[in-house]
Design a protein around this ligand. Sequence first.
Ligand SMILES: Cc1cc2nc3c(=O)[nH]c(=O)nc-3n(C[C@H](O)[C@H](O)[C@H](O)COP(=O)(O)O)c2cc1C
Length: 179
Amino acid sequence: MKTLVIAAHPNLGESKVNKAWMQRLQEEEDVTVHDLYAHYPNFKIDVEKEQQLLLEHDRIIFQFPFYWYSSPALLKEWQDAVLTYGFAYGSEGNKLHGKELMLAISTGGPAEVYQAGGYNHYSISELTRPFQATANLCGMHFLPSFLLQGMMTLTEEKLQESKEALVAYITNPNLRTVR
Ligand SMILES: Cc1cc2nc3c(=O)[nH]c(=O)nc-3n(C[C@H](O)[C@H](O)[C@H](O)COP(=O)(O)O)c2cc1C
């Protein structure tokens, strides 16, 4: 199983979590880490290259810090440009059929604020529905998200733990049945 991690962080110089995740994931043989902001600082996406990358992998991960209850802007631009009619959807757009899509997200807010009655009211599952709907339209299997939440209480130990947990999670071939 080949895994593509499409990482979208606009300011990796200031990042704790996403930078650490990317560095750890780069050590994995069957994982390709693709740094979107490094490739496309001007938002001019090479659609053919991105589609080719998708074709070469079985499991696609969108990795990003939660920004305004969604992803940073370049990942949205990537979706708009790359998931074209005839490739990702439409009567002959079946190139992503059967592949898996998963999100790996860090959030500033802790887990407990993302629920009914909590400060942010909605769960991460609810807030990430557009990604799930996109996976559905493209014939992909949407897998449960990997989350690291609560930057105020993040310790070096928790960060280290999350790196290993992320690797174990995204390289597990049987996620469709275990979660
Ligand atoms: C523009 C911006 C918007 C943000 N929006 C949210 C948000 O909606 N919810 C949240 O929990 N944290 C939010 N945060 C906090 C980031 O998610 C958090 O700092 C990030 O996940 C930490 O990862 P990093 O160390 O890789 O930067 C936001 C931060 C920025 C800069």
